[in-house]
Design a protein around this ligand. Structure first.
Ligand SMILES: Nc1nc2c(c(=O)[nH]1)N[C@H]1C(S)=C(S)[C@@H](COP(=O)(O)O)O[C@H]1N2
Ligand SMILES: [Mo]
Length: 253
């Protein structure tokens, strides 16, 4: 510990702007010393020190801790119909009028990666699978939350049906508006994770993600991709639209 502190003192002045940068990007606010931080992330304040490396390693470490805490069977709270938020907010990286209008007669869901049966799926095919409804709270990092009702195919049923590799690490999603995101396999198989086709007992409207969104009540809102056009299973970290901007990938809610 002493040696690390000495090293810290020597290098602090050189990297002062970078430390400010880290402070601003939240770590020291959470009560971690820079020494603890470098130890936890396996980074060193030596010549190869880079803020980005610390951030990357910190985020990975954070993902690991969160994954360890996450129990695949812990359920998100559910609510009565009377608790539903009306009107339910819209959010995307663009205005509501710009939400992509997916053509219902030509749409099909593509599958790729570590999936045995990669034939594309129509919405009608998906409606023929078992359906489930849930009333849960959606939490957005932008500072709002709202309770809504979504119905669709429990995602674990879909994954089993297409022969998705259960041992793969990630399930990734590509969307009609070029949004993208990914989740870990235990979350994909969580009993409350559903491929939602309906919102409030009606077909998903365009603004809420027609023809389908992944509803993941154990994750923050940005990990609930709307307008999904492709689902893939992979061991290569797929990132996501906001995840790649520095939002924590695991982002449990
Ligand atoms: N395709 C797509 N999915 C998306 C987004 C987006 O911009 N495009 N935004 C995410 C974010 S940040 C939030 S909070 C929710 C908002 O969903 P809602 O419009 O149903 O409230 O969608 C998530 N999924
Ligand atoms: Mo969000």
């Amino acid at each position: 510990m002493k040696r690390r502190d000495e090293k810290l003192a020597v290098n602090l002045r050189d990297i002062a702007p970078e430390i400010k940068n880290i402070e601003r990007r939240l770590f020291l606010r959470q009560g971690l010393s820079l020494g603890a931080l470098t130890m936890l992330t396996g980074c060193d304040l030596g010549s190869g020190f880079s803020v980005q490396k610390v951030l990357d390693n910190m985020s990975k470490w954070n993902d690991g801790v969160q994954a360890a805490i996450f129990s695949p069977t812990t359920l998100a709270p559910t609510y009565p119909e009377s608790a539903i938020t009306k009107p339910f907010p819209f959010n995307a990286f663009y205005a509501e009028s710009k939400a992509p209008v997916v053509n219902r007669s030509t749409y099909s869901l593509k599958l790729s990666g570590k999936i045995a049966d990669r034939k594309p799926w129509t919405v009608a095919d998906l409606r023929a699978l078992p359906q489930e409804s849930q009333i849960t709270r959606h939490i957005c990092v932008e500072g709002w939350s709202a309770i809504g009702k979504w119905s669709g195919v429990p995602f674990h049923i879909f994954l089993d049906r297409v022969g998705a590799d259960k041992d793969a690490k990630y399930v990734g999603f590509k969307c009609a508006d070029n949004y993208y995101s990914s989740i870990d396999m235990p979350t994909a198989r969580h009993p409350q994770t559903i491929l939602a086709l309906d919102f409030a007992d009606d077909e998903l409207p365009v603004k809420y993600g027609y023809p389908m969104k992944l509803r993941v009540p154990t994750k923050l809102g940005f990990k609930n991709p709307k307008h999904i056009v492709e689902i893939f299973v992979t061991n290569d970290y797929p990132g996501g639209y906001w995840e790649d901007e520095g939002y924590n990938w695991y982002s449990g809610s």
